[in-house]
Design a protein around this ligand. Structure first.
Ligand SMILES: NC(=O)c1ccc[n+]([C@@H]2O[C@H](COP(=O)([O-])OP(=O)(O)OC[C@H]3O[C@@H](n4cnc5c(N)ncnc54)[C@H](OP(=O)(O)O)[C@@H]3O)[C@@H](O)[C@H]2O)c1
Length: 227
């Protein structure tokens, strides 16, 4: 079975990716900054190895890539992210929090992909999925605010578009995926999309990735967004 490496797996979307891939018999490398207070990650059955890693820590990412040297990675899912405060408006910018968000949401997906590219190139599927957000679409911004999160995901989208072009010759597919507004524990039942439905939809897009879909900005249903 193929191998998937997922970041941000202590809870939410990352944890559900781990559960679904493990249930299908994939080998799962679950990266988490910490295992979570209730350790639901540790309870997932299947072929799951857990690695504690802060994806913003350059030295830790470099030594992590040394430890998994020579393991093919079919699918890398750059999921770890900070969502921030939805109500943030002009005049209330927390610049330090914004810098932290850029380090996690924008820099880390590129850092992880650069660190693991030799593992990706040893695999058959060669797919990198980055969990973006529709909030990063400049064309769809009709409500303003959220300077930190919007800019972090818009910049991530620019990173994804460049990676898709730069890695095309090596047959690496790179996707920007919007999971929908998902019923994670953080969002609660107010959100419309069940967690399992969102993750199943994104897994299908990852399975079906081709040179034609690489570099596209898609929601979990496969509908394409403008940047
Ligand atoms: N939920 C939605 O509706 C939605 C919609 C659009 C996009 N997204 C995107 O989907 C992704 C996952 O969101 P979520 O809703 O599952 O969020 P979440 O429940 O807040 O989980 C975020 C995960 O990222 C991890 N993380 C944060 N900073 C990290 C770091 N420096 N190093 C390693 N791991 C780190 C967290 O670990 P800790 O437990 O250690 O904090 C946690 O496991 C994010 O990129 C988010 O922007 C979510």
């Amino acid at each position: 079975m193929p191998t998937v490496l997922i970041t941000g797996t202590s809870r939410g979307i990352g944890l559900e990716f781990v559960k679904q891939y493990a249930a299908e018999g994939w080998k799962v490398i679950a990266v988490a900054r910490n295992p979570g207070s209730d350790d639901r990650l540790g309870e997932v059955s299947g072929e799951v190895s857990i690695h504690l890693l802060d994806v913003t820590d350059a030295a830790a990412v470099a030594s992590f890539s040394e430890t998994i040297k020579d393991q093919p990675i079919d699918v890398l899912i750059n999921n770890a992210g900070i969502n921030g405060n939805r109500m943030k408006k002009f005049g209330n910018t927390d610049y330090e929090a914004w810098e932290d968000m850029l380090r996690v949401n924008t820099l880390a997906p590129l850092r992880m992909t650069e660190a693991l590219i030799s593992n990706i190139l040893q695999s058959n599927m060669r797919t990198v999925a980055c969990i973006s957000s529709v909030i990063g679409s400049i064309g769809r911004n009709s409500t303003g605010g959220r300077y930190d999160y919007r800019s972090s995901k818009a910049a991530l989208n620019a990173v994804i578009a460049s990676m898709a072009l730069d890695l095309a010759e090596q047959d690496v597919k790179v996707l920007a995926l919007h999971p929908g507004w998902v019923q994670t524990e953080r969002n609660g039942p107010e959100a419309p999309i069940p967690l399992d439905v969102s993750i199943a939809g994104m897994r299908k897009l990852i399975d079906d990735a081709t040179a034609e879909t690489s570099g596209k900005y898609l929601n979990f249903r496969g509908e394409e967004y403008d940047w």
